[in-house]
Write a protein that binds this ligand. Structure first.
Ligand code: AP5
Ligand code: MG
Length: 217
């Protein structure tokens, strides 16, 4: 399956993607995680992305689209993938369509996670992620690690993302509404959008998402 996950910052895209990718045996591809890995490795791409991310803005398309396409071209993504955080504006969605068409494949669904803004703010405020791998995500109350400050998956140190400060979150939400939400309409015209509520426990949301993807909402 080829799936795009969409939803505001803090909706639980990364959290759900980990379970959905496992259930569906497809790789979880998060452009945010790819940028953070580049930043921690000190690459040129990471240096370019950091200032945009810290300000809550989108990294320019010239950088992002190439990075996403390179990752999708890896052998593990040949039969499907779960995109998290890409595409994030209409021009990225158009570039993805062109790339998929060139490979003679299509998206199966765009899963839209709906969460009220006050809940998103609570989720982001308590989020802690792993320094070794930013796809390992926890929450100080909703999803506590067994040992405070330590990643259950790999033992890495947990920390608060630099862009999770109040001001940057406000900016990221604004960018989501103005630049990312329009892709929902873009995909709606292609009949691909499946909207679910992302409220409730993590496993309840996963179940809802799996049902929606199977078409028996
Ligand atoms: P990115 O890393 O994609 O951030 P985001 O879209 O803002 O989304 P988040 O990762 O903040 O939230 P999430 O939905 O994954 O929630 P999570 O599962 O962690 O992007 C960061 C930046 O990179 C962007 O601002 C931009 O600069 C750049 N970038 C990335 N992609 C780009 C692109 N395509 N183009 C240009 N720039 C790009 O959950 C949040 C918290 O809630 C966690 O603590 C979790 O434990 C908790 N939680 C999750 N589910 C539940 C639940 N059901 N109940 C209670 N708590 C829950
Ligand atoms: Mg995420």
């Amino acid at each position: 399956m080829r799936i795009v996950l969409v939803g505001p910052p803090g909706a639980g895209k990364g959290t759900q993607a980990a379970f959905l990718a496992k259930n569906l045996s497809i790789p979880h591809i998060s452009t945010g995680d790819l940028f953070r890995a580049n930043i921690s490795q000190g690459t040129e791409l990471g240096k370019q992305a950091k200032a945009y991310m810290d300000a809550g803005n989108l990294v320019p398309d010239e950088v992002t689209i190439g990075m996403a396409k390179d990752r999708m071209a890896k052998p593990d993504a040949e039969n499907g993938f779960l995109l998290d955080g890409f595409p994030r504006n209409v021009s990225q969605a158009e570039a993805l369509d062109v790339a998929l068409k060139a490979d003679d494949v299509k998206l199966d669904a765009v899963l839209d996670l709906e969460v009220p803004e006050d809940e998103v703010v609570k989720r982001i405020a308590g989020r802690r992620i792993c320094r070794k791998d930013s796809s390992h995500v926890f929450h100080v109350t909703y999803s506590q690690p067994k040992q405070e400050g330590v990643c259950d998956v790999c033992g890495g140190e947990l920390y608060q993302r630099e862009d999770d400060s109040e001001d940057t979150v406000r900016k990221r939400l604004e960018v989501y509404h103005t630049q990312t939400e329009p892709i929902i309409d873009y995909y709606r015209t292609q009949g691909l959008v499946v909207t679910i509520s992302a409220l409730g426990k993590v496993d309840e949301v996963t179940e809802r998402a799996m049902d929606a993807l199977k078409g028996d909402k």
